[in-house]
Each structure stands twice: as structure tokens, then as C-alpha cells.
Design a protein around this ligand. Structure first.
Ligand SMILES: Nc1ncnc2c1ncn2[C@@H]1O[C@H](COP(=O)(O)OP(=O)(O)OP(=O)(O)O)[C@@H](O)[C@H]1O
Ligand SMILES: CC(C)(CO)[C@@H](O)C(=O)[O-]
Length: 283
């Protein structure tokens, strides 16, 4: 078969709000239960079968190494690595899908490989499956990658918008280590409650509660943003990113209010679609 000469992969971002790590002795059954928002614009990768440039990210090299190829990978992203948008998973998944598409290999197997690499680096547990399937507001029912994990979706109104504020950078392996006991202590209660009542309203309430309970949403931060909360349905914090769920007609007021506090908001849509993988012959 003639090899195509370019693949464009679009991967939405994922900001988990509630999560409970589940580790086994196999990376394919390791993952997390929980919920989060899948948003776009996300990461757009271009993978070509020549040895051109490649981002300086160990995940990308690990994927190409497992496929035994030296493809070129370039990407554009609205956000940086390390803040909490599931960016490392998006790059890993996008590279794996792009390489597999060029080689005529299975997308599902490529997604499994991306999940395994995320688990091995301890940079993600539930991001790959969420980004692969989309769903807007997702609910992870069984840990693992696409094909093994199970993911459901929570319906939401057409006018919901996501506004995020980058507050800090942090290491995911350190976060998972530091929070391990607390997550095991509080996680099951939140996940059971959301599975029992998988609605938008419950997602809002539990996401804020979980962020407070694990110490991401501090009293100090809540008092700082209190004046702006009236322009949102709710808010939560994941690692270094503050997330608001708001509505079309309140988005501008929320952004203005945040900017008065010196906080720069970014606007995203919920992404019902997951990854998109398109082959091109001449680019
Ligand atoms: N400029 C950079 N800033 C942060 N991390 C970087 C950078 N360049 C490469 N990396 C690598 O990218 C990975 C970042 O993974 P991490 O999971 O912390 O980020 P994320 O996916 O954006 O956040 P999260 O998983 O919490 O959503 C690490 O392995 C890190 O070594
Ligand atoms: C571990 C994690 C919080 C890192 O982004 C995420 O992958 C998740 O929700 O499992």
C-alpha cells in the first residue's frame, strides 16, 4: 500500500474535575474513574513520514520509538504543557494516532499505546480515553484506555461555555503521589454520587466539592473570585487551572470580572466529538 504523506490529528483537551486512580500491575487496566470536561479548541498535530522536526517531549519520542519510526511531528495548541489540560495525553494520543494512520495500523491499538505511555510516565490516567471519545462532560465508569475502559456522557445545555484561568504549573506525578491517600479517602463518595445522579447540576455541585476537599480550591482563591462566581454555573480547580462552567450570555461579563482581578480567562466549547484523524496526500 502506498504510504500517505501527511496526517492531521485534532485532539480535544480534557480537564478532569473528579478522579480516583486505580492502579493494577498492568498499564492497560490501570486508569481512573471520575469525570471532567472535554473541550476545544484542542491540539492539532501534523505527522509526516520523514525525519523532520519533533517537539522536545519525551512522550512523543516514546510513541515513535514503540512504532520503530522517526516520523516528523509538529503541533499547535492553545495551552501549555503542565498546567492541567491533559496536554501530555493529547500529544501522546495525537502522535500515536498519526503514526498508526500513516502505517495503516489500528486506531484503537494506537490509543491503548498512548494510554500505556501516559501511565508509565505517571502523567495521565483518564485523559486518553476522555480525549479519544469526547462527550463534552464525560463520566469514567471503568478505568483503562479506549477498548478497555468504559466512559459515559452527561448531557448539558447547548449554551454552556467553559472559561479557564491558568494559575500555575505543576507536576502530575508529584500531584498523584501527594494526593494518593486523600483521593482514596474522598474519591469513591463523589464518584458514587455522580453515577447515581449523572446530571449537569450534580456534576457542578460535586466538582466544586471535590476541588475543595482535595485542597485545590482554597478559601483564599474562593474569596478572590467570589464577585465573578455570579456569572458562572459553577467552578472547580484541577492542578494549575481554574475552570468555570458558564453560559453564552454571561461569558463576556465573566471575562471582564476576572480581568478586573488580574486574571486572564480563555473561552472553550464543550467538545462532543473526540479525536479526528484525516489523511492527506499532498501538503
Ligand atoms: N515546557 C514544558 N512544561 C511542562 N512540561 C513539559 C514541558 N516540556 C515537556 N514537558 C513534559 O510534559 C509532561 C507534562 O505532563 P503533565 O501531565 O504534567 O502535563 P499536562 O498533561 O499538561 O497536565 P495534566 O496531566 O495535569 O492535565 C511532563 O512529562 C514534562 O516532562
Ligand atoms: C491523573 C489525571 C488527573 C492527570 O491529568 C487524569 O489523567 C485523570 O483524571 O485520571
Amino acid at each position: 500500500m502506498k504510504m500517505r504523506n501527511c496526517v492531521i490529528v485534532e485532539v480535544p483537551l480534557h480537564i478532569t474535575s473528579i478522579w480516583l486512580p486505580r492502579y493494577t500491575d498492568d498499564a492497560l487496566t490501570t486508569g481512573s474513574m471520575g469525570a471532567g470536561v472535554v473541550i476545544r479548541p484542542g491540539v492539532r498535530l501534523r505527522v509526516t513520514p520523514n525525519s523532520g522536526s519533533r517537539p522536545d517531549v519525551e512522550h512523543v519520542n516514546a510513541v515513535l520509538g514503540r512504532f520503530g519510526v522517526g516520523f516528523s511531528v509538529t503541533y499547535e495548541s492553545p495551552v501549555s504543557l503542565g498546567v492541567g489540560y491533559g496536554m501530555s495525553a493529547a500529544l501522546t494520543l495525537g502522535t500515536a494516532l498519526g503514526a498508526a494512520a500513516l502505517l495503516g495500523k489500528s486506531m484503537l491499538e494506537a490509543a491503548k499505546l498512548a494510554h500505556v505511555i501516559e501511565v508509565e510516565f505517571r502523567t495521565g490516567l483518564g485523559d486518553v480515553i476522555a480525549e479519544y471519545f469526547g462527550g463534552g462532560i464525560e463520566l469514567r465508569l471503568r478505568p483503562g484506555p479506549p477498548g478497555i475502559g468504559i466512559i459515559d456522557r452527561i448531557p448539558y445545555s447547548h449554551d454552556v461555555k467553559i472559561v479557564t484561568v491558568d494559575m500555575a504549573r505543576g507536576s502530575t506525578p508529584a500531584m498523584l503521589r501527594d494526593l494518593a491517600d486523600r483521593l482514596n479517602e474522598v474519591g469513591p463518595r463523589y464518584i458514587d454520587a455522580l453515577i447515581k445522579e449523572p446530571t449537569y447540576e450534580k456534576f457542578l455541585e460535586l466538582s466544586t466539592g471535590f476541588s475543595r476537599d482535595i485542597g485545590f480550591l482554597t478559601n483564599e482563591l474562593e474569596s478572590r473570585i467570589r464577585a465573578c462566581a455570579r456569572y458562572a454555573d459553577s467552578y472547580y480547580v484541577k492542578k494549575g487551572v481554574l475552570v468555570f462552567l458558564t453560559r453564552n450570555d454571561e461569558t463576556e461579563q465573566l471575562l471582564e470580572c476576572l480581568s478586573k482581578l488580574g486574571l486572564r480567562g480563555r473561552v472553550f466549547q464543550l467538545s462532543n466529538v473526540g479525536v479526528e484523524v484525516i489523511l492527506y496526500n499532498d501538503r
